[in-house]
Write a protein that binds this ligand. Structure first.
Ligand SMILES: Nc1nc2c(c(=O)[nH]1)N[C@H]1C(S)=C(S)[C@@H](COP(=O)(O)OP(=O)(O)OC[C@H]3O[C@@H](n4cnc5c(N)ncnc54)[C@H](O)[C@@H]3O)O[C@H]1N2
Ligand code: MOO
Length: 595
């Protein structure tokens, strides 16, 4: 077990340093447990609690457990106080145990020191103290850190216990306040040897396995966090509701009412309103005015609705039956304190912001937005709005891809159109690599004379030509331009859209730190007939009318009008299939792809 201690005289800042070290080291992905030596009178239990009663009755150990935590209390009674080594055997495995106190044990330690306490240093007489964390500059024969430079103290401890090398720490400190994810390895797009036409699912699972987050981490306020990806799980700082409260406007009292017999209770002076609780206690057989959201006063556990009462002469009268607890909300019924609210990888929705706020969370760790450079290639392309010679067409892919990138929650960088010229495309790739995390191109992805995207990647970078058993969208060039992944989409606009939705979007979401995304579809009866060959997956441009999936009459990969006509895709699995009208087909709405 790796252990490191924090020692110091009273008021030397030990507890603050312990607390900051736990935050810092767990924030770097290590699990940390702590041990604290306390005064012999300490007690985590309270007289009157059930666990306390068990103990007083003579139990040797009392194990108290809930959904959130458990605690084991061991009564020493006449036994000897266990040594630190014996105590450590009670802890579950963790990367590091930080120990506060236990000065006389010989594990390595850092000494906390605050000058104003006037105490001398312990270090000169204790070789187990490996460093000092002080609030003033000091001369000493071992490293001295600023008491508040938690990152530096953590770096030192991690190297000492062997959780990190000195080199790693030097480069880490040079990085920003958060650890930066490693770059992608060059072989992340390599297909297993001998693979020719790759089934869609194999290609997807390869990307799913190999891609990992490549952007850094920053802290964001809730106001900035919508649509961003969580870099770590977020836990509730407080329960919601924090206190039992009323779900309605009405009158609170204690206990339920078993039957329909009328009840009349004397009404207390005052009321409990949301945010302005009633501070007094409500005696048994009395009622008090309560409003929706108001904390239940002591002595109240049930509320009867305004609509069900008659009030007069200082009394409130109503009939049952009413269960005990009726019309109230329990403390923590929605969110328990310390519960995990949302996991790492979650892309935050507006509803998530409400959820986080309800748990008292104001700031979240998020991955920086993935920056995606978009480039169109082809001599034939001109910008819509400019004069076009015969043989030229307007660049349709770029506005579509830039907008898709933004819809997916990434930052889009428009690098324009490039002619079929290797040097020009290489220069655009250099600009993309400098200003973005990912490059998305369209055109020139297959192996023709003018297919320079694939040629360049093959020549200068790690290029993988993926021939996917997919229609439309067979050729997909995946490569690395230096350290930047490049998705070379096919030029045909329909293929470019399908490849982006099926491959580039989930892949980019992983690179952005998010979870792998599978579109959620549903089965609907077909409004068409189609015979499909085996050996490839097909996506048809489709929409739902009168509860049936219609498909666009042409499957041409250049039919941009079909993309606009459609509201989603029909996915037909890899095998052969003869679809007749009325047969179920899987419809994937554009929305399920984030559009
Ligand atoms: N001999 C073969 N030829 C082709 C094959 C094949 O297997 N053997 N595959 C076809 C398929 S499928 C596709 S998809 C395309 C993909 O090729 P490229 O990625 O190299 O695309 P280009 O040749 O550059 O362009 C294809 C098509 O798309 C038009 N295009 C390109 N960019 C845009 C844009 N930004 N806006 C609008 N239209 C664009 C381009 O003018 C071509 O018509 O290859 C087939 N050929
Ligand atoms: O990818 Mo191409 O557009 O399949 O036809």
């Amino acid at each position: 077990m790796r252990i490191f201690g924090v020692v110091g005289w009273k008021n030397a800042g030990k507890t603050g340093l312990m607390e900051r070290l736990v935050t810092e080291i767990t924030g770097r992905g290590f699990s940390v447990s702590t041990v604290k030596h306390a005064h012999h009178t300490f007690d985590v239990d309270h007289p009157g609690k059930d666990s306390h009663r068990h103990r007083i009755a003579g139990a040797t150990e009392v194990l108290l457990a809930s959904r959130n935590r458990w605690a084991l209390m061991h009564e020493l009674r006449d036994e000897q106080e266990p040594t630190l080594a014996e105590l450590l055997t009670n802890l579950s495995p963790a990367d590091l145990v930080l120990v506060e106190g236990y000065k006389r044990d010989d594990h390595p330690k850092v000494e906390a020191h605050r000058a104003e306490t006037g105490n001398p240093l312990i270090a000169p007489s204790d070789a187990s103290i490996k460093a000092i964390a002080a609030d003033v500059p000091l001369q000493a024969d071992r490293p001295v850190f600023d008491l508040n430079d938690t990152a530096a103290v953590a770096d030192f401890i991690l190297v000492q216990v062997g959780l990190s090398s000195a080199n790693e720490e030097a480069s880490r400190s040079a990085a920003q306040q958060h650890p930066q994810p490693p770059p992608l390895r060059n072989d992340c797009f390599a297909l297993p040897p001998g693979v020719d036409w790759t089934p869609v699912d194999d290609a997807l699972s390869l990307l799913k396995q190999r891609l990992h987050p490549i952007t850094g981490i920053e802290a964001l306020s809730l106001a900035e966090a919508e649509g961003r990806v969580l870099a770590a799980p977020v836990t509730a700082l407080r329960a919601n509701p924090p206190h039992a409260n009323s779900a309605v406007d009405g009158y609170g009292f204690a206990g339920g009412v078993p039957d329909e017999a009328p009840v009349s209770l004397p009404l207390m002076e005052g009321r409990s309103a949301a945010g302005v609780p009633y501070e007094g206690e409500v005696p048994p057989e009395h009622a008090i005015r309560v409003l929706t959201g108001a904390s239940l006063p002591v002595g109240v556990d049930t509320v009867v609705l305004d609509e069900d009462v008659v009030v007069g002469a200082g009394q409130v009268a109503f009939r049952g039956p009413l269960k005990r607890g009726a019309n109230t909300r329990k403390a923590g019924e929605d969110v328990q304190e310390s519960a995990t609210l949302l996991p790492a990888g979650r892309r935050l929705t507006p509803a998530d912001l409400a959820y986080l706020a309800s748990g008292g969370v104001a700031e979240v760790p998020a991955f920086r937005r993935l920056r995606v450079a978009v480039i169109s290639t082809g001599d034939e392309l001109v910008e819509a709005g400019s004069p076009a010679a015969s043989g030229q067409i307007f660049d349709a892919n770029r506005p579509m891809l830039l907008a898709m990138v933004r819809r997916f929650g990434f930052e889009a960088l428009d690098l324009g159109r490039m002619p079929d010229d290797r040097a020009a495309i290489a220069a655009a790739f250099d600009r993309g690599a400098a200003g973005a995390d990912v490059i998305l191109t369209s055109g020139g992805a297959s192996a023709g004379d003018e297919d320079h995207v694939s040629a360049l990647l093959r020549e200068r970078g790690a290029m993988q030509e993926w021939r996917i058993a997919l229609k439309p969208g067979r050729p997909l060039a995946l490569g690395m331009w230096h350290e930047t992944p490049v998705f070379g989409l096919p030029g045909n606009p329909v293929a470019a859209l399908v490849c982006t939705l099926v491959f580039a979007r989930p892949a980019m979401e992983r690179l952005a730190g998010g979870n792998w995304l599978d579109p959620v579809g549903f089965d609907v009866p077909a409004a068409f007939e189609k015979r499909k060959k085996p050996g490839r997956r097909e996506y048809l441009r489709a929409r739902i009318r009168d509860g049936r999936a219609e498909v666009f009459p042409s499957e041409g990969s250049g039919r941009i009008s079909s993309l606009s006509w459609a509201e989603g895709l029909v996915e037909i699995a890899d095998g052969a299939r003869h679809i007749n009208p009325g047969d179920p087909v899987r419809f994937l709405p554009y929305g399920s792809f984030g559009l």
